[in-house]
Design a protein around this ligand. Structure first.
Ligand SMILES: [Zn+2]
Length: 269
């Protein structure tokens, strides 16, 4: 099996996870900027984090033969402080030329507040000005549908953004159609508890087809399973999917989306 982990928060994982992922056939990992489990106290905390994502973590992944890419932003959970967000957005361009940076993400909404909306718009404007791709986080549970609608409206309104260069992640049964109909890519996050189980993700693939969709484990510091993408691939095979159709979802689709960024390249097999 070969697969791509397109959304994994590797700075919170141990080296055993890297070994397991590579052993299971992982061809590369992509790490969106995220909340650290605590609010950073200043823009300098983000500067250091961006150095970690663009310098230290790719080197750590390379020790296990795994190419590492990342996305940069101030995440929605820390977007209440608009002044801090302005400072963070101002330092991001310094990092955009680094070889493993794919774009702006994971931006979006958490509680659908006014300040989060302002910060989302700032990031969409940054992506448009810098011609960057976008990766979007959508809110949890009862806030998801409303938040996804707000996000889709903000991005659609900006005529400079091409929807096929945007992925809206953490979709569920009630938001997937909204995202795909708007021309975006959609990500399904395989969590053991919330978000989406492997069985639910496969049901959605069988209902909506596998165009413009990817699977990820999001593996972070919370309860999560770094191998959930290959586990789901096994479950797809058990349900009668062909090896080629599984490969399209877990390997070819992420390459198709991520390959729109020229910096995204995999070593020759
Ligand atoms: Zn994430």
């Amino acid at each position: 099996m070969r697969y791509i982990e397109p959304h994994g928060h590797m700075v919170s994982r141990v080296t055993d996870d890297y070994i397991d992922m590579v052993t299971a056939g992982c061809a590369c990992v992509c790490e969106p900027a995220f909340w650290a489990g605590y609010d950073r106290s200043s823009v300098n905390g983000f500067y250091d984090y961006f150095c970690q994502l663009t310098d230290y973590e790719p080197k750590r992944a390379a020790k296990f033969g795994l190419p590492h890419f990342c996305w940069l932003c101030i995440n929605p959970k820390e977007s209440e402080d608009v002044k801090l967000a302005e400072e963070v957005v101002a330092i991001i361009p310094k990092f955009l030329d680094r070889p493993n940076v794919l774009g702006i993400g994971e931006i979006g909404l958490n509680k659908n507040s006014r300040n989060e909306m302002k910060v989302l718009e700032m990031h969409v404007d940054l992506a448009a000005r810098q011609n960057q791709m976008i990766l979007v986080h959508t809110p949890h549970l009862e806030d998801k549908l409303k938040g996804t609608r707000l996000i889709v409206d903000v991005i659609k309104r900006d005529q400079r953004i091409q929807p096929e260069r945007v992925i809206i992640d953490h979709v569920e049964e009630h938001t997937i159609k909204l995202v795909l109909d708007a021309g975006f890519w959609a990500g399904m996050t395989l969590y053991p508890e919330s978000k989406c189980s492997p069985a639910r993700a496969i049901d959605m693939l069988e209902n909506y087809g596998s165009e413009r969709l990817w699977l990820n484990s999001a593996c972070d510091w919370g309860v999560s399973i770094p191998l959930n993408v290959p586990y789901t691939a096994l479950e797809m095979k058990r349900r009668g999917w062909s090896a080629e159709d599984v490969d399209k979802v877990v390997y070819q689709n992420p390459i198709k989306f991520l390959g729109q960024c020229k910096k995204f390249k995999l070593p020759k097999e």
